[in-house]
Design a protein around this ligand. Structure first.
Ligand code: BGC
Ligand code: CA
Length: 295
């Protein structure tokens, strides 16, 4: 395959500790993304280059708009909250997939075609502890833990018809595929692809309108594009080693926004990748699918 892409541009050299969770909000024409360890939410409007930042009360992994326009759902360290940004910042706890485990935090999540949220977690203090879970939040706010025994839950990517889902355990360098049904059951867990150390660690994922799977590689300084059957079609270098997540957006859904992380990098790596922690955009030649909302 030969999709022509543009060079990644650092549109916001924000020095994010752990940039993550990019998502396009069509209604307001802005991308949101978070700094998990920086306890901050940011928004960037491509049409005007406007930038907004909100300080969060604790670590935040992701933000998902609500269908009814009444603010957002967000993954805080302690659980899922209903978050209001405008006209003023407010939050209200909604569900706790890991009660009594203060070191476990929500890490990444996506909404599906049924308006549900699939949210994974990890032990923030020691990712080798295998305390992560995958939970499902239904539109009626009922929260169900659907899988335990995960180290670093990452990058769900859900088919537009919600018949299957890819979900990653970054600690195991493995992306899994599940079958989903209308009641929210997950079955037929299988290995989609295991990556080698030198390929980097699979992190955030997104699908394009042709069903291709785009994956960010932590420690890989790149994003890669795969067929639905996990065959690698293309690798695009990003000038930051810890590439965390990606999202298509912009009016034509053809701008890809890429988040990266600065946390844990030594002097040599920062000298090699001074833009680590920046947010980048590029055109990949592919068109994304509109991210879904909760409710
Ligand atoms: C997590 C990080 C983790 C990284 C790579 C991110 O999604 O938030 O804590 O180190 O993935 O596994
Ligand atoms: Ca992630």
């Amino acid at each position: 395959m030969d999709l022509n892409h543009t060079l990644p541009q650092a549109i916001w050299p924000a020095e994010l500790l752990l940039g993550e969770g990019p998502v396009w909000e069509a209604r307001t024409g802005r991308f949101f993304f978070v700094d998990i360890h920086g306890c901050a939410l940011h928004a960037w409007t491509p049409a005007t280059d406007a930038r907004q930042s909100w300080k969060m009360p604790e670590r935040i992994g992701w933000l998902i708009p609500r269908k009814n326009g009444d603010g957002y759902m967000a993954g805080f360290q302690s659980g899922i909250v209903h978050l209001t940004l405008e006209p003023e910042l407010r939050w209200e706890p909604v569900a706790q997939p890991h009660p009594g485990e203060p070191s476990v935090r929500l890490n990444d999540a996506k909404a599906d075609a049924f308006g549900r949220i699939w949210a994974g977690s990890m032990d923030n203090d020691d990712p080798a502890r295998c305390k992560g879970r995958l939970a499902r939040l239904d539109p009626d706010l009922q929260c169900t833990v659907v899988e335990t025994g995960i180290y670093i839950a990452n990058g769900p990517a859900i088919a537009p018809d919600a018949r299957w889902m890819l979900h990653t355990d970054s600690f195991l360098n493995t992306v899994y595929r599940y079958t989903l049904d209308a009641s929210g059951n997950i079955t037929d867990k299988s290995v989609w692809r295991v990556f080698s150390e030198d390929e980097g660690t699979p992190d955030g994922m997104t699908l394009d309108s042709e069903g291709r799977v785009w994956v960010a590689f932590w420690g890989g300084a790149c994003i890669r594009c795969f067929t639905p059957d996990a065959e690698c079609l293309q690798t695009i270098a990003i000038p930051a080693s810890q590439v965390t997540s990606i999202s298509f957006g912009g009016a034509d859904l053809q701008t890809m926004l890429v988040t990266t992380a600065r946390v844990g990098l030594g002097d040599a790596e920062l000298a090699q990748y001074p833009l680590s922690g920046s947010v980048f955009t590029l055109r990949t030649g592919a068109t994304g699918v509109l991210p879904l909302a909760f409710g």
